[in-house]
Design a binder for this molecule. Structure first.
Ligand SMILES: Cc1cc2nc3c(=O)[nH]c(=O)nc-3n(C[C@H](O)[C@H](O)[C@H](O)COP(=O)(O)O)c2cc1C
Length: 233
């Protein structure tokens, strides 16, 4: 139990450059895929495909795609930023402003660039959502999206346990970018890129950064919503 809790608590995002000379061994990639394979999915529909990209030419073609900066992201992200560790520790939600480039920390003053490059990685994983594998009576497929989240978490935990950095890059599933990636990787319709992530060994140790969470009493209720959950232990 302690081991599982430790793994869950230590899992983190590696928003760092990866060592491009250090490949990820196939048996480690297979373990990560095995973790995805055993993820729970609604009605056991296993509504996903995964493309593992480790070919240098494909990696650089994908890396060269400019990921447009979403104005909505910049605006809404700004509202969630904290500007000191004390503020973040108090808010318990969101991220530190220092994790973002200056145009995101002061969107009124700065002019954002047109697009962002993707930091290189020895492996990119594309997890594809297959809408044809929808659980019965799940119009809108909320259950299917949750299932993909389970795949993500399983793979992330195993990657972390192997000390392989894992960095989700949501802007790779934005429609315009996803279209280009689907072309490069021959991904057919109706599959959609649910999420993409960079995998690799951090080139430099990631400096410690403050990771916060709400306390249990901020979200847990006992018996009726609004009634405090107090641990009996
Ligand atoms: C569905 C999903 C999408 C995410 N998209 C991004 C992303 O585009 N870029 C990024 O740096 N982190 C992304 N993350 C990572 C979260 O920002 C991160 O998990 C959260 O801030 C908590 O930090 P931790 O992973 O270090 O615990 C995503 C996470 C999830 C679950």
């Amino acid at each position: 139990m302690d081991g599982v809790m430790k793994l869950i608590r230590n899992r983190h995002s590696d928003r760092v450059p990866f060592d491009e000379t250090r490949k990820i061994a196939d048996h480690d990639l297979s373990q990560i895929l095995e973790a995805g394979r055993w993820a729970p999915t609604a009605h056991n529909m296993q509504n996903f495909q995964i493309v593992v990209v480790d070919d240098r030419i494909l990696l650089s073609a994908i890396g060269a795609i400019s990921r447009p900066i979403s104005e909505v992201f910049v605006r809404e992200n700004y509202q969630q930023l904290s500007f000191s560790e004390e503020e973040l520790a108090k808010r318990k939600v969101g991220l530190l402003g220092t994790m973002f480039p200056s145009y995101m920390r002061n969107p009124e003053a700065a002019i954002p660039p047109k697009g962002m490059p993707t930091m290189p990685a020895p492996v990119l994983l594309f997890v594809l959502y297959d809408p044809r594998r929808r659980a019965p009576a799940s119009e809108g497929d909320f259950l299917g999206i949750m299932s993909i989240g389970c795949v993500m978490e399983n793979m992330w935990l195993v990657a972390d346990s192997l000390e392989i950095g894992f960095h989700v890059v949501s802007s790779m599933s934005a429609p315009q970018v996803a279209r280009e990636i689907k072309n490069i990787l021959d991904i057919p319709e109706p599959l959609q890129i649910a999420f993409a992530c960079r995998l690799g060994y951090p080139a430099v140790p990631q400096g410690k950064y403050l990771r916060v969470r709400r306390d249990i009493e901020d979200f847990a209720h006992r018996n009726r919503f609004g009634a405090a959950f107090q641990s009996k232990r």
